[in-house]
Design a protein around this ligand. Structure first.
Ligand code: 4AD
Ligand code: MG
Length: 433
């Protein structure tokens, strides 16, 4: 079977010729006295293959040895068959066993923890295969969105000398005879980059020592960020909305089959590509929560998950919330001129309980104010000297945001846990495999 031309299962279903040569793994197997049925899987799909003892005793004998995840090459005749789980069946005329797999550690109805322990094997599952294909689309869409809107890709270091999103979630690493930290955000370096390139973006690994064991936090995740000179809050929120709509459209264009495997509501996703996403102020969000839902959230408190959930459910589409209280925001988020208690910042909240998927802001140009705020956080402003210099040499208004890639994948795939949005999740309780 050496010189055969192999196709994927998906390609074989489209080709005219009913004779197919396939390579893959045994996804399921069922044996009787007369037949061996295997469901073969490859990267593209699954298909039932049948080996008949009457037709070829020799192949039947080989097929009887097959175990789950054994690797095989198969030739045969492809026919439509209503009874087959995938609607088609290959009547096998040749079988080459590449390897007989040892008993596979994953069987039906496994605990989630066992699946995470066996993540290196579980990524072969149909569910993970579908999610990873959607992830591929999301990542591609983010690059395409920014490139087609005139943004340059700009790379920042992962080793960074200071915090930018709060010291509590910094990962400290040994750095020769010294220490340094893993990147919590690309942003501060991006604020240097815009003075050269104007509009820039990035997507890269981001690290936070999150001590919370929620279903929405990873300690290593991918953030897609943008930063643009001259841009202000009302404009940057629209970029975020356009980016999200574009990502959803691309997933619908390329991944209908995967969304069906995940039993995702496709109509609802279609609605997200057409709907307007509202922008409201934090104070309006409180009005809704306190008046309509009788929740009693005092001004000045950050929105908790249950409050974010309510707001997004109220609108049933992604919603942008701006002007959070300055006090509880990062040092670089500027107070608004009209009301310094409110910061020129925003979050985008996804509906269906997915909550914050994007966070961004205008960037403060007020040196003294930033220094005071860093000091109040116990930081040494000296470590930020290079950053402050950006405010000394041709400072301009600018804005940016970060999108949680796994948060978006989790929402689009309808996942219960963010850990399934990345091949090998890292959390407080999991650092292997
Ligand atoms: O809201 P965050 O913390 O914003 C920043 O880091 C800004 N410096 C970004 C910027 O303006 N360039 O994080 C941005 C997004 C969040 O909205 C969330 O979607 C995601 O990153 N995120 C996480 N995703 C998974 N696990 C975590 N631990 C996350 N922390 C933030
Ligand atoms: Mg945030």
């Amino acid at each position: 079977m050496k010189d055969l031309k192999y196709t994927t299962i998906e390609e074989s279903l489209k080709q005219e010729d009913s004779n197919v040569n396939l390579r893959g793994w045994v996804y399921r197997e069922r044996k009787s006295n007369k037949f061996v049925f295997i469901v073969l899987r490859d990267e593209s799909d699954i298909i039932q293959c049948v080996i008949s003892k009457a037709k070829s005793p020799e192949i039947f004998e080989k097929a009887e040895k097959l175990t789950i995840e054994s690797s095989v090459k198969i030739s045969g005749d492809l026919k439509e068959d209503e009874r087959a789980p995938t609607g088609y069946e290959v009547s096998v005329s040749d079988l080459q066993i590449v390897q007989i797999a040892e008993p596979f550690p994953i069987t039906e109805h496994q605990s989630p923890e066992l699946l995470y322990d066996n993540r290196h094997l579980w990524i072969r599952s149909r569910k993970l295969n579908a999610i990873l294909k959607i992830r591929h689309t999301v990542v591609g869409a983010i690059h395409e969105f920014f490139r087609s809107h005139g943004y340059y890709k700009f790379d920042a270091p992962i080793f960074q000398p200071n915090q930018s999103e709060g010291g509590a979630t910094l990962f400290e690493v040994k750095y020769f005879d010294d220490i340094t930290y893993l990147s919590q955000t690309w942003q501060l370096y991006a604020e240097a980059g815009i003075f050269s390139l104007g509009k820039i973006y990035n997507m890269g690994p981001t690290f936070r020592a999150e001590k919370s064991k929620t279903s929405r936090h990873l300690s290593e995740f991918w953030m897609a960020e943008m930063e643009a000179a001259w841009m202000q809050l009302d404009e940057v929120t629209e970029v975020a909305k356009d980016e999200i709509r574009f990502i959803v459209k691309e997933v619908l264009k390329h991944n209908k089959k995967e969304l069906e495997i995940l039993e995702r509501d496709i109509k609802l996703l279609e609605h997200y590509t057409e709907a307007e996403y509202p922008t409201i102020k934090y104070s309006e969000a409180l009005d809704i929560l306190n008046t309509k839902y009788k929740m009693n959230v005092p001004w000045g408190k950050d929105l908790r998950t249950m409050e974010e959930t309510k707001i997004a459910e109220h609108f049933k589409v992604p919603v942008v919330v701006t002007h959070y209280p300055t006090e509880i925001m990062g040092f670089y988020k500027p107070p608004s001129e009209e009301n310094p208690k409110e910061a020129l910042c925003f979050d985008m909240l996804a509906p269906e309980r997915y909550c914050e998927i994007v966070g961004g802001s205008e960037r403060s140009l007020l040196l003294e104010n930033m220094i005071k705020r860093l000091e109040a956080d116990g930081e040494d402003p000296k470590n930020y000297e290079w950053y402050f210099e950006l405010r000394r040499y041709g400072s301009v208004p600018h804005s940016g945001y970060g999108l949680g890639v796994e948060r978006v994948i989790m929402w689009l795939c309808g996942l219960d846990n963010i850990k399934d949005a990345i091949p090998f999740p890292r959390t407080m309780l999991r650092k292997a495999p």
